[in-house]
Design a protein around this ligand. Structure first.
Ligand SMILES: NC(=O)c1ccc[n+]([C@@H]2O[C@H](COP(=O)([O-])OP(=O)(O)OC[C@H]3O[C@@H](n4cnc5c(N)ncnc54)[C@H](O)[C@@H]3O)[C@@H](O)[C@H]2O)c1
Length: 272
């Protein structure tokens, strides 16, 4: 059911790789709620072609941009304003990648060049996006910026290795930039800390399936899926959350506030 929450709003949605992507679901939901937007992803992701299908479905233009390249981001914000016919009201940062995770490196054996890439792609890109938008004055007052994150920024999850550090930086950037964007431009900045979700990025993390089940059995509401995440993100783009900023918002069925569940205790007991 649509509520027209984003009627008349213009946006930029990054990170839709395939139909499992959280950003893909956000795009469909934003369209349903009345928004117009551009889609962006790294030029290399374009080759896979799936984003074109989403673009057709949403009647959206694709503007390729490597989120680590400031000139690409300048082009993204400039072109998006041209295409959409004015300043942007919302931006989704849904970007993450760790070469160390991809190549199975343990946290005690990280490749530092790859570590820098993890930080650049997964965290600094968020600062680069906002700094570019800020300098171009591309986001209207009352606008909303959301980035996706994971609770490994607060608590240790062994398999998340250097992405945990990248997410901690990402969330810190949301607060630091959020203060300035709020104070000087009336734009809000938040991160949504999502449950484990079976996507390309999520599934690439070692032990994902087992951890997915553990989180699902721990959270009183179970894991939140990508569609539900999209619903939440859309509320954050809408005018209903005008005074929410600089927050890290858990969207995880209660996992982050649960010590242990009866279900998990039972399973451990049975396994003895
Ligand atoms: N899947 C999960 O379990 C989970 C949980 C919490 C948070 N998140 C976060 O959600 C976000 C989206 O991930 P997803 O799970 O939808 O997976 P996904 O693999 O579908 O999306 C990741 C996206 O990042 C893009 N990307 C990588 N490098 C880029 C670059 N240099 N420039 C521009 N884009 C680039 C990829 O092309 C891809 O579209 C990420 O920030 C991820 O860390 C995921």
């Amino acid at each position: 059911m649509a509520y027209g929450l984003l009627n008349g709003k213009r946006g930029i949605i990054s990170g839709a790789l395939d139909e499992k992507s959280i950003a893909w679901k956000v795009a469909l939901k934003a369209k349903e709620e009345g928004a117009t937007f551009t889609l962006t992803n790294a030029p290399i992701a374009m080759r896979m072609g799936a984003i074109k299908q989403l673009a057709e479905q949403c009647n959206a233009e694709i503007i390729p941009a490597d989120a680590t390249a400031v000139e690409d981001l300048e082009n993204l914000f400039t072109k998006s304003q041209e295409v959409l016919g004015g300043k942007v009201d919302f931006v989704l940062h849904s970007i993450g990648m760790s070469p160390n995770i991809r190549k199975g490196k343990a946290y005690t054996d990280l490749n530092y060049d790859w570590f820098k890439q993890s930080i650049d792609i997964s965290a600094l890109s968020f600062h680069k996006m906002m700094q570019t938008a800020y300098k171009l004055d591309a986001i209207s007052a009352g606008g909303s910026i959301v980035a996706l994150t994971y609770m490994a920024a607060q608590r240790t999850f062994p398999f998340y290795t250097d992405m945990a550090d990248a997410k901690a930086i990402l969330e810190s950037i949301a607060r630091s930039f959020g203060y300035r964007y709020g104070k000087y431009r009336q734009v809000r900045v938040n991160t949504v800390s999502q449950s484990p979700t079976p996507t390309t990025a999520g599934g690439g993390i070692g032990g994902f399936d087992k951890f997915y089940d553990f989180a699902d059995k721990t959270a009183p509401l179970g894991n939140a899926n990508a569609d539900q995440c999209a619903d939440y993100v859309v509320t954050l783009f809408s005018d209903l959350t005008r005074m929410v900023t600089m927050q890290n918002l858990y969207h995880d069925g209660g996992f982050s506030m649960t010590g242990i569940s009866e279900e998990v205790m039972e399973l451990i007991h049975k396994g003895e």
